[in-house]
Structure formats: structure tokens, C-alpha cells
Design a protein around this ligand. Structure first.
Ligand SMILES: [Zn+2]
Length: 281
């Protein structure tokens, strides 16, 4: 790491309680932050600097965390429920005091995974929520592994998604992609392989357990053992190395963030500065 980059890191020790804070986000790049900057630099920076908060529905995130905490430990699940009671339980009408619908579905998803032999042997025994750090292209990175089995040489990530088989349109490549590519999970796996290697000096193979929010839930165990998947992992890592210097400069304030002019942040802060041709809308 060169001197200039050191001034960004501030050498903060990562813990379970500061991992998701903006303070450590400014000291370490992470996959979620990188993906945020790919989507819209102006929006990502405003969020990072606590200048703006999206009006997003937090339910999907909470449901994901609810399921993760269940498989982490009984204690984590209990803590999660205590901390999020107000958003989880209905407070009005006939259903007052009952779990809201998305959490009932989450319970079905949990039950559906729990009965799987492969889930029991792959996901459950691993060490949970393992923080890993390292350097990629000379910059500091952090990651958190859902379930890590160092001795056996693999790690698993748990993903909840609307529909595992759905294809999502990518405006840049003008192609439909599966959820792994569309949500940047190749980036995540490529970075985790590297950070696990740097933190523990072991080579670990990535797996994703995906479970859908359908009734009944769909479920798959995904590996990356094809030439195409290996190529996409490599491509993702190259993309990170190419794009991150600019992102770090934007975070430091030495380069200007680009606006996408389409996201919630850009719409909220937009002014009409030029004409748009009718056939180009
Ligand atoms: Zn934007």
C-alpha cells in the first residue's frame, strides 16, 4: 500500500459492532460499497457521507438478516427479534401481535433449508460471520463470510431472492442476466476468495445457498466450477482493480462523483439544465 492510500485507511480495527459503520466503510472498500459506486457515484458518496438517506423499503434487508441470524446462532436470532420487533409484528387489526407476512415466508424459507442434508453438512458446521481483510490492487478491503470451513477449504454465502430462475435486464450489456451476475455476486465471491487467502493463508472454494421467497420456496446450492464461472470471477476481479482508484479518489474528494441522473438521489437533487430530444427519452 502506498503512503497516499494509508491516509485513507486510518488503520481501524474491524469488529462485529463497527463492521457496517460508515467510519469503517471509509477505511476499507467492500463489495457492497463498490457495487453502490458502480450504480451511481453521486448517490453512493452522499450515503457514505451521511448527507442523504434513501426512502427504500427495508423489509427485504431485514428479512435477509432475520434468516441469517437464525442460522448463525439461537442467541443472534433472539437478539435480532428483540431489536426489530416493531417492524416484524403487526400492530393493528385482526393480525395484531402476529408475525407480518414477509417474516412468515422467511420462516418457511428457514424450514425449507433446515431439512436439507447438504445444507446441514455444508453451511451449518462452518464458522459464522467471519471478518476478513486484505489488500486488493494496493487498497484495503473488508469482507464478512456467512459460513467459513477453513479446514475443509470452502465457504458458503446465503442468499435470499425473489425467484432463483428469473432473468434480469442489464441496460449496459443489453442482455438478460441471472441473479448471480445481476446482483454482483461474482464480485463478492472473487473478493472473498482473495481476502480469505490473505487473512488465513488458505485457498477456499465458494458456494452459494440460494433460497427464494416463493411459496413453497425454491432452493439451490451453487458452485463456480465451470470455465465460464471462473472467467466471470476473474473478470470481476479485473474490473475492481481497474475501477477502484477512481472510486477511492471520489471518496477522498480529489475527483468528482458522476451522477447517473436516474436513481432516487439524482432525481431528488436534479435540475433541468438542458433540452432532451423527444426521440431520445
Ligand atoms: Zn444517481
Amino acid at each position: 500500500m502506498n503512503k497516499e492510500n494509508c491516509s485513507i485507511t486510518g488503520e481501524i480495527q474491524l469488529t462485529q459492532s463497527n463492521y457496517y459503520t460508515h467510519e469503517t466503510d471509509k477505511a476499507y472498500m467492500s463489495v457492497s460499497l463498490f457495487k453502490d459506486f458502480l450504480k451511481c457515484e453521486a448517490c453512493a458518496l452522499a450515503k457514505l457521507n451521511d448527507e442523504w438517506q434513501p426512502e427504500e423499503d427495508k423489509t427485504a434487508l431485514l428479512v435477509g438478516n432475520y434468516i441469517h441470524s437464525y442460522f448463525e446462532s439461537e442467541e443472534s436470532h433472539k437478539k435480532f427479534i428483540e431489536a426489530n420487533q416493531s417492524s416484524m409484528f403487526s400492530t393493528r387489526g385482526k393480525s395484531k401481535g402476529h408475525l407480518k407476512a414477509p417474516y412468515k415466508i422467511a420462516d418457511e424459507m428457514i424450514a425449507s433449508l433446515s431439512e436439507e442434508k447438504l445444507f446441514k453438512s455444508f453451511y451449518e458446521p462452518g464458522e459464522k460471520e467471519v471478518i476478513v481483510t486484505g489488500e486488493i490492487g494496493g487498497y484495503p478491503w473488508k469482507g464478512k463470510i456467512d459460513s467459513l470451513s477453513k479446514v475443509q477449504g470452502f465457504f458458503c454465502d446465503l442468499k435470499t431472492t425473489r425467484d432463483i430462475r428469473q432473468k434480469i435486464w442489464n441496460e449496459d450489456t443489453r442482455q438478460k442476466e441471472n441473479f448471480i451476475q445481476a446482483y454482483g455476486y461474482y464480485y463478492q465471491m472473487a473478493v472473498y476468495i482473495e481476502l480469505i487467502k490473505q487473512t488465513f493463508d488458505v485457498d477456499c472454494q465458494p458456494f452459494i445457498f440460494a433460497v427464494s421467497k416463493q411459496t413453497p420456496p425454491d432452493k439451490v446450492l451453487i458452485d463456480f466450477n465451470t470455465e465460464k464461472s471462473q472467467e466471470l470471477l476473474e473478470e470481476s476481479m479485473n474490473n475492481i482493480i481497474e475501477k477502484q482508484p477512481h472510486i477511492w479518489n471520489v471518496i477522498k474528494g480529489s475527483e468528482k462523483p458522476k451522477r447517473c441522473e436516474q436513481c432516487e438521489y439524482c432525481r431528488a437533487t436534479k435540475h433541468i439544465l438542458k433540452l432532451t430530444h423527444a426521440d431520445e427519452v
